[in-house]
Write a protein that binds this ligand. Sequence first.
Ligand SMILES: [Zn+2]
Ligand SMILES: [Zn+2]
Length: 422
Amino acid sequence: MKIISDLHVHSRFSMACSSKITVLGIEQASVQKGINLVGTGDLTHPEWLKELKENLEPAEPGLFKVKGSPGGTRFILSGEVSTVFNKDGKQRRIHHLMLLPSFEAAYAVNERLSKHGDLMSDGRPQLSMSAAELVEEIFNSEADAFVLPAHAWTPYFGVFGALTGFDSMKEAYEDQEKHIHALESGLSSDPAMNWRLSMIDKYSIISNSDMHSLDKLGREANIFDVESGKLSYKSITGAMKEKGSGVLKSTIEFYPEEGKYHYDGHRQCGFSVDPEKSQLKKCPVCARSLVIGVLHRINDLADRPPGFVPKGAVPFVKLVPLREVIANATRKGVYSVAVGRTYSDLISSIGTELDILMNANDEDIAAIAGPEISQAIANMRNGNITIKPGYAGVFGEIDLLNRTKREDGTAGQRSLFTSGNK
Ligand SMILES: [Zn+2]
Ligand SMILES: [Zn+2]
């Protein structure tokens, strides 16, 4: 049984998140996107947890569904926390994703974590404790917890990030590293980039949306192949724990160049640079430090050449969210009425967003949305696209029909769409 899963989302109680993120809203978005198993997000937030408790009921062991809903969407209790601590003479700010098997576990973990920070302040609370202390507290409370570093490479909050991160998982989590079995590649890196580090071989590489608004749900996801009748919290966390089991079949990725920390750069000056071509540390415009991106960090820590595929590597596909595809192909705004109409037409005629992006045939797409959108999706699937890479918080600019290349001979010099706030 194929389970497409997005384990890292946020509720409206997290900073800079849409007020429309309710339990029912997440269920509806999951159905539209084709997500079968979704994280609840923000389990540490008392008000959100109360709302989850009121709206969800037990389904398979450790999983939940919306009360009385005939739909098949399953929820898994998930939350993200930020640990702030000093180590080796440096302030560290690391984000972690956690999964828990029950509401009782969530209450117990929250009780402990509330001693380290104000859980009411934000759906993704800031805790004054080290990464190792966090993991120890969680596992002392709940032996079946699952904890992993979120968006492992992002410069500010990634466990390997350039600004406050570490050079290895062991340095970050110390003796509690024994509990870490996975990492989130984040939007600005894909599994192939992570395969270049032998130190990552032992971890499952997973991908989630980290959405702050419902339309971003499932922009990255994981596909599990669970034996029929065996779906549970433990079969999902077990699949990530036992990397060789093959239950984690593949992941769905952003094009990493589209992520907002792929290259090095300085946002205020609009300056970006390919770290493989230059090792600049300072912005040539204002002389301030550049934000060192994900590609640079991976190059620094990699012990293998690009293109290396380790044994047991889990395959992946790179997709562009359907609204962005339509906007890009038709040169209209992502949130324009026209794009919204085409999006709805495709969903109502063909199926879920992920099904359209991954499986629908060209003729069916063209019949409903026209040849340009069909071509854009074909190009996306083949990787025959142009991208001006993102940097320092600026999203990359994607050109699915390679117009910039054709029109002025230079790759991707114009912004063809505006992306969302994440
Ligand atoms: Zn985060
Ligand atoms: Zn600058």
